[in-house]
Design a protein around this ligand. Structure first.
Ligand SMILES: [Zn+2]
Length: 324
């Protein structure tokens, strides 16, 4: 239980379809949380929703905004440093949105706005799987692919706040698949859940990938990572080949990041990896095989420990950190 006078934070996790707001104490404990569905992604409307959600979460504890010392928001997109500007939020349909200023208007106080995976990395590092580690790389492969980095005990966001865009490193240098970022050949274009499903549908239209489509019960809407995993586990050669290719692309990209950054802890998460155990195993093998020998020897590969809470906890604690 929180004690009177304890510093509390509001942590917000803004995804494409949902907004989650939690009241978090300085030890990273979630005291209350609410989820609001985003029907309208107009930035000012989302900022108002966030303010409503925060009031609801505080009301559950019998508190109001006066009890809050820090406010952090993790956004699925590129955030320009401390400016609060979301440069690109593909799943939200946002470009150059001054979201920090909108939240400040709705709330009456300035938030710390960061990339959602930076928030997740800070959460896992503060109270989760990488607790206490100074050098942490968190990689999530789900509806998008990205990473968050803690280097030397601090969140590393790069010169302009947009470091760690692992999903947009190039894995096919020429003639690659188009990516949501506008370029071609990005890792995300091969690995994200949406792109993986799209690719299987393209194969199906060419009369291929029959076992994968069968594993989806023949329903186009169910095509995706889990049916690829199922068909591969049942021994279908096409599914095995596709899963191996995805594992290699993702695993080698992560291995390269490990070679460069020399983290102590690597946290692997996200819906695609959570739903495809065989893929995850192979990604891990590629990291160990392709990473620098000494770097790999110093590395622990871990599952996230905070589940869906990593983003709200990390955002809240970053909000407190910024308010110090
Ligand atoms: Zn891209």
């Amino acid at each position: 239980m929180s004690q009177a006078g304890e510093r509390l934070a509001l942590g917000c996790d803004l995804g494409a379809t949902n907004l989650r707001v939690a009241v978090v104490d300085a030890r990273g404990t979630v005291l209350s949380s609410v989820r609001r569905k985003l029907d309208d992604r107009t930035p000012s409307v989302v900022a108002e929703e966030l303010a409503f959600g925060a009031k609801e979460a505080l009301a559950l504890l019998g508190k109001d905004l006066d009890a809050v010392s820090g406010l952090g928001v993790g956004v699925a997109g590129q955030v320009a440093g401390d400016s609060g500007i979301v440069l690109v939020g593909p799943n939200l349909g946002w470009t150059d949105v001054r979201f920090g200023a909108l939240v400040e208007r709705a709330f009456g106080r300035r938030p710390r706005v960061v990339n959602d995976l930076s928030a997740a990395a800070w959460g896992e590092r503060s109270v989760g799987a990488a607790r206490g580690a100074s050098h942490v790389l968190l990689v999530f492969a789900g509806s998008g692919v990205g990473s968050g980095m803690i280097l030397g005990g601090e969140l590393y966001e790069g010169a302009g706040g947009i470091a760690g865009e692992l999903g947009h490193v190039k894995v096919v240098p020429a003639g690659g698949r188009p990516c949501g970022c506008g370029q071609r050949g990005c890792l995300e274009a091969y690995v994200s859940g949406h792109n993986l499903a799209q690719r299987i549908r393209e194969l199906a239209r060419e009369g291929k990938a029959r076992a994968i489509v069968r594993a989806a019960g023949g329903e186009p809407d169910r095509i995706g990572g889990p049916c690829l995993e199922q068909a591969a586990e049942e021994g279908d050669p096409e599914a095995i080949e596709l899963r191996d290719e995805v594992a290699q692309l993702l695993g080698v990209a992560i291995a390269n990041a490990v070679t460069i950054l020399n983290p102590q802890k690597l946290i692997l998460g996200g819906g695609v990896l959570a739903g495809m155990k065989g893929l995850k195993l192979r990604v891990r093998e590629w990291i160990l095989r392709a990473g620098g020998k000494a770097q790999v020897e110093q590395l622990s590969i871990l599952d996230p420990a905070l589940g869906d809470d990593s983003g709200v906890i990390g955002a809240g604690l970053l909000g407190l950190h910024a308010a110090r």
